[in-house]
Design a protein around this ligand. Structure first.
Ligand SMILES: [Zn+2]
Length: 259
C-alpha cells in the first residue's frame, strides 16, 4: 500500500514562554507552538503517530502524521505526555552517552514514556556525525546504542536516526545487519511508504517555523515541500564542499548575524 506521510522532526520543546533550558534555541519550539501543531493535526483529521507504529500497522499511515524527536532533551517528557493524552504516539531518538546528563531525559523517564506508548529509538551511542567516522566506528555506534537502549528501556529498538542527518555510506547495510528496520534521515520531503523505510525523510520543525508552514506541511502542499527540498539540497552541497567543521562554523556565524 502506498501512503504519503508527513514526518516532523523536533528537538527541544520549551514552556509557554518559549524557555527551553539547555537546548539549541534555533531548534527548540515553544510550548505554544507545540500545542498549536497538535491542534492543527487534529483539525486536519490526522492521528499523531510514531514511525514505528506506522510501520507496524501500515493501514494507519493513511490518516497519520509522524512526530519524531531527536537528542532526548528533558523537555520531550512533557511533550510525550501531551501526545499520550490524545492517544497518540511518537519516536524519541536518544544517545545513551547523553541519557541522564543535565537537561536530558534519564532512563527511568524513558521507561515511563515507553510504558505510555512512546517509541524510544537510537540516535547513535554518542552524538557523532557518522560521516566523520570509520566504517568500524559507524558499526559500533549503530550496534552499541541499540543494545544499551534495549537493555535499559526493555523495548526493541528498530529505528535509527543519524546525528545531524549525516549519513555514512555503509549505514543502511550496517543498520540492517544490527537488526534495525528503518532509518529516519534529515532528507527533506514526504515519506512515500511504498519507497520503504531505509531513508524516511523528515521536515525539521525549528523555532522560526510558523504555524502556517506546519499547516502546509500537514496538507502536503507541493510548492512548500519543493521549496524546502531545494534549500536542503543547497545546504547539503555546502556541507560536502566545506566539511562538517567548517560548515558548523559558518552556520554559527550565520545564525548569530541573523539573531
Ligand atoms: Zn541530534
Amino acid at each position: 500500500m502506498n501512503h504519503t506521510v508527513t514526518v516532523l522532526m523536533y528537538h527541544g520543546v520549551g514552556d509557554e514562554r518559549g524557555v527551553c533550558a539547555g537546548a539549541d534555541a534555533h531548534y527548540a519550539v515553544s510550548g505554544r507552538q507545540f500545542a498549536a501543531h497538535l491542534a492543527l493535526a487534529k483539525q486536519a483529521g490526522l492521528r499523531v503517530s510514531s514511525v514505528a507504529d506506522l510501520l507496524r500497522d501500515p493501514a494507519t499511515a493513511a490518516r497519520g502524521v509522524a512526530f519524531t524527536f531527536d537528542d532526548g532533551h528533558a523537555s520531550n517528557g512533557p511533550a510525550a505526555e501531551l501526545i499520550a493524552r490524545d492517544g497518540g504516539s511518537a519516536d524519541f531518538f536518544v544517545n545513551p552517552s547523553q541519557v541522564g546528563a543535565a537537561h536530558y531525559l534519564g532512563w527511568s523517564a524513558l521507561r515511563d514514556m515507553a510504558a505510555a506508548g512512546m517509541s524510544i529509538q537510537s540516535h547513535g551511542y554518542n552524538h557523532y556525525y557518522l560521516d566523520d567516522l570509520s566504517p568500524q566506528e559507524v558499526e559500533a555506534q549503530v550496534r552499541d546504542s541499540k543494545k544499551a537502549i534495549e537493555d535499559n528501556v526493555g523495548q526493541p529498538v528498530t529505528l535509527f536516526a543519524p546525528p545531524g542527518g549525516r549519513v555514512a555510506r555503509n549505514l543502511r547495510e550496517v543498520a540492517a545487519r544490527a537488526g534495525y528496520t528503518a532509518v529516519c534521515s534529515s532528507r527533506v520531503g514526504l515519506w512515500h511508504t511504498a519507497d520503504g523505510a531505509w531513508d524516511v525523510p523528515r521536515l525539521a520543525v525549528l523555532h522560526g517555523t510558523s504555524d502556517e508552514q506546519i499547516a502546509r506541511w500537514l496538507r502536503q502542499d507541493w510548492w512548500e515541500i519543493t521549496n524546502r527540498r531545494t534549500r536542503y539540497a543547497v545546504l547539503t552541497s555546502a556541507k560536502r564542499l566545506l566539511g562538517n567543521q567548517a560548515y558548523e562554523r559558518l552556520r554559527g556565524r550565520l545564525l548569530r548575524s541573523a539573531a
